[in-house]
Design a protein around this ligand. Structure first.
Ligand SMILES: [Mn+2]
Length: 242
C-alpha cells in the first residue's frame, strides 16, 4: 500500500530527458501503487486540450496505461497548466482535483495544493492569478484560434520570466502564516504542495498540534517524488536525471 506524489515536472519539447524520466518513473515506480498524485505544473505550458502535441499525446497514453493497470491517477492544476481540462484528463485516465483538496491518506487527512496560492507576499502575482483563474476569462481564451493562444503563451512566459528576475527569494516562497491558516481552515495536520521548487519536510504547529508541510521537488536536475504508506513517515526521494 503506497501512494506517490510528484509535481513541477514542467514537461516541454526542449526537455525530452524529463519526459523520458517520467515514462521510466511511471513504469518502474508508479506501476502497482495505489495512487499517483500530480500536484501541478506537470506541463510547462497549456493552452487548451485541443493542442494535442506528440509530447502531450505520449504522456496521456502513458498515464492511461498506468491508470488502466489499476493505479488511480490524480491531477491538480499548477500556475502554468491551469487550462488542462476534462478532455485531456479522460485521455490520461486521470481525475482532476480542485486546489485545495483534502484527501484521506491511510487514515491521515491531508491537504493538497499546488502551492502558488500560499505565496501571498507576491501581491502582483496573486492579482494575476485571480485573473487567470476567472472561468469567464478562461472560456473566452479557449475560444480563440490555437495559433493566437500559442502566441499569447509565449508572451506570458516572457513577461513572467522578466518579472521574477527582479523578485526577492522570500517573496517567491510561501508565507508561513498562510500555511497555518490553510491547515486550520481545513482542520488538518498535514499539507503537501509543490510550486516553490524547495523540496523539504517542515515541522510546524497548527490547530495547537504538531503539523507537517511537505514540499515536493521540481524535475530539473533530479527526479523527485514523495512516498506515503501506512505506518511509515512520508519520505521524499530523488534520483539524478540522466
Ligand atoms: Mn508552479
Amino acid at each position: 500500500m503506497t501512494t506517490l506524489f510528484i509535481s513541477d515536472l514542467h514537461l516541454e519539447e526542449s526537455r525530452p530527458d524529463i519526459t523520458r524520466a517520467l515514462l521510466t518513473f511511471l513504469k518502474e515506480r508508479a506501476t502497482g501503487v495505489d495512487a499517483l498524485y500530480i500536484l501541478g505544473d506537470f506541463f510547462e505550458a497549456w493552452i487548451g486540450d485541443d493542442e494535442r502535441t506528440p509530447l502531450q499525446e505520449d504522456v496521456a497514453s502513458a498515464l492511461k496505461a498506468l491508470s488502466d493497470s489499476g493505479t488511480a491517477v490524480y491531477l491538480m492544476h499548477g500556475n502554468r497548466d491551469f487550462l488542462i481540462g476534462e478532455d485531456f484528463c479522460s485521455r490520461a485516465g486521470a481525475t482532476l482535483l480542485d486546489d485545495p483538496t483534502v484527501v484521506d491518506l491511510y487514515g491521515t487527512p491531508t491537504l493538497l495544493m499546488h502551492g502558488d496560492s500560499l505565496c501571498t507576499a507576491d501581491v502582483e502575482y496573486q492579482k494575476f492569478r485571480a485573473n487567470m483563474r476567472n472561468p469567464q476569462w478562461q472560456q473566452m481564451i479557449l475560444q480563440r484560434p490555437l495559433a493566437d493562444r500559442q502566441q499569447m503563451a509565449r508572451q506570458l512566459r516572457e513577461i513572467s520570466m522578466a518579472k521574477n528576475q527582479g523578485k526577492a527569494e522570500s517573496i517567491m516562497d510561501v508565507t508561513p502564516e498562510e500555511v497555518v491558516k490553510a491547515l486550520e481552515a481545513h482542520g488538518v495536520q498535514r499539507l503537501i504542495h509543490g510550486h516553490t521548487h524547495r523540496p523539504a519536510i517542515h515541522e510546524l504547529e497548527a490547530n495547537g498540534e504538531p503539523a507537517r508541510r511537505i514540499v515536493l521537488g521540481d524535475w530539473d536536475t533530479h527526479v523527485w517524488w514523495l512516498e506515503v504508506a501506512p505506518g511509515k513517515t512520508p519520505d521524499l526521494s530523488k534520483l539524478a536525471l540522466d
